[in-house]
Design a protein around this ligand. Structure first.
Ligand code: ARG
Length: 473
């Protein structure tokens, strides 16, 4: 690196030990203020609690505390109104705010950093930030789940083909398919809330790495900030970023699920499937093909999954092999984490808005289920009930399907005589199981696709969601 001129006003926080100012490029290269200013309000929140605790234990006087808190309040306002002058020379959000505080209130501002380091400060800020973001993500996830449950309930009787290998397999109800999506999201929700428990721990008091010689009370700070408890070990407190990896891992699995839903929505809106319609407001047109209505929203959600996986790999690799305790590497945790948070919130919002507006094309779904010999298993089960061994029943139905393919007839469209060519145990009552309605209604156990089961499952899902939100079910 060629040496660039030094910047006047380069950070002087550590000036005492240094013989020359920081290289101007190095100042820019090592600065994080352009992205970590997003933590400003949480930084102030942490500082208010820290000052309050310091006064409580007698390290600051009550007047000093009040002066500091009033100064931080003003800075909060300046940032909110966009008046705060961020300086790259001051490196990061923490030193920008502290320098401004000292500018405003003088020498007392310099006392705020007593018994604290940026190492425990930044770890605290990210945890406060993540806790708020997790609550927003959880609210959006609840909204999506609620919309999905209501749609599933509405579509409990709607019949569609169920697929394996993307080939028609057995008829299912559309509501049942939607509740399968809901199960994925319910697991994501559990993972998110589990992650929140480990986010909600206070690093402050660890100072640089070993703790501090001041008589601090970390339980007071933890309580003031709503943390469950102080982190157990000071070295771990300043270096742990597991919670960032856990959130991004939650986000990756959630996006994986949204990408699977997206893929199905994209397929279903095609002329080839024609199972659903998405309202125009969630779609865009083509500049060249006038007939086009493209499902851009699900496509884009599917696409955004990749960047969140990338952030997970980035964070895992960032933390790999880091020796204890804090290393500057950790500054690289923020951008991937912020982008993961933003991406997840946007994708959840898109889905929560869109899902209740999905219009099922019941006739078209039903026709697709009718075309694909989807009741073949029901015919085999019928034969088994009449004493035929399952393997033989499988063979008999296979021959019937081959006949149907030649004659272009579904099983339910064949005459009794035609069916009896393949097995003499077949009677007129066979047509009860060959209808689509008969097929789905027969799968009438917990977890099955019968309309009554779907309605019961929707009610259980509603209750579980309400319990999570702490509301009466
Ligand atoms: N900007 C830094 C970060 O994001 C804050 C902590 C810096 N600590 C230090 N010892 N340089 O990680």
């Amino acid at each position: 690196m060629s040496s660039s001129p030094t910047t006047p006003g380069t950070n002087q926080s550590w000036g005492g030990r240094f013989n020359e100012p920081t290289d101007a490029f190095v100042a820019r290269f090592t600065a994080s203020v352009n992205f970590d200013q997003r933590l400003a309000f949480h930084d102030i929140q942490g500082s208010v609690a820290h000052a309050t605790m310091l006064a409580r234990v007698g390290v600051l006087t009550d007047e000093e505390r009040d002066t500091i808190i009033a100064g931080l309040d003003e800075i909060h306002g300046e940032i909110e109104r966009g008046e705060f002058a961020w300086s790259v020379a001051l490196e990061d959000v923490h030193m920008n705010i502290e320098a401004r505080l000292t500018e405003k209130i003088g020498i007392t501002g310099k006392k705020l950093h007593t018994g604290r380091s940026r190492n425990d400060q930044v770890a605290t800020d990210i945890r406060l930030f993540m806790r708020d973001e997790i609550d927003l993500v959880a609210a959006e996830l609840s909204r999506l789940r609620a919309g999905l449950i209501e749609l599933a309930d509405r579509e409990a009787d709607t019949i569609m083909p169920g697929f394996t290998h993307l080939q028609t397999a057995q008829p299912v109800t559309f509501g049942h398919h939607l509740l399968a999506w809901h199960e994925m999201l319910a697991r994501d929700h559990e993972r998110l809330l589990d992650c929140r428990r480990r986010v909600n721990v206070l690093p402050l008091g660890a100072a640089a790495l070993a703790g501090t010689t001041y008589p601090i009370d970390r339980h007071v700070t933890a309580e003031l900030l709503g943390f469950e408890r102080p982190a157990e070990n000071s070295l771990d407190a300043v270096s742990d970023r597991d919670f960032a990896i856990e959130f991004t891992s939650f986000a990756s699995i959630l996006l994986l699920h949204l990408s699977r839903m997206s893929e199905e929505l994209v397929l279903w809106t095609s002329a080839q499937f024609d199972f659903i319609d998405l309202p125009d407001r969630f779609c865009t047109g083509s500049s060249i093909m006038p007939q086009k209505k493209n499902p851009d929203v699900p496509e884009l959600v599917r696409g955004k999954t990749g960047r969140v996986y990338g952030h997970l790999m980035g964070l895992l690799t960032l933390m790999k092999s880091q020796p204890l305790a804090y290393n500057k590497d950790n500054q690289e945790d923020k951008e991937p984490l912020f982008d993961a948070v933003d991406t997840v919130k946007d994708c959840l919002k898109a889905f929560a808005d869109m899902v209740p507006a999905i219009e099922a094309k019941a006739d078209s779904m039903r026709e697709a289920a009718r075309r694909g010999f989807s009741t073949a298993t029901d015919l085999a089960d019928y034969l088994v009930r009449r004493g035929v061994a399952f393997r033989d029943a499988h063979e008999i139905v296979g021959l019937s399907v081959a006949f149907g393919l030649r004659e272009k007839k579904d099983l339910s469209e064949m005459s009794l005589e035609e069916l009896q060519q393949f097995s003499s145990v077949i009677d007129a009552d066979v047509f009860d199981v060959l209808t689509l309605e008969g097929s789905v209604a027969a799968r009438n156990h917990i977890g099955g696709t019968a309309p009554d089961q779907v309605r019961a499952a929707a009610q259980r899902a509603r209750d579980a969601l309400a319990a999570l939100a702490g509301q009466p079910a």
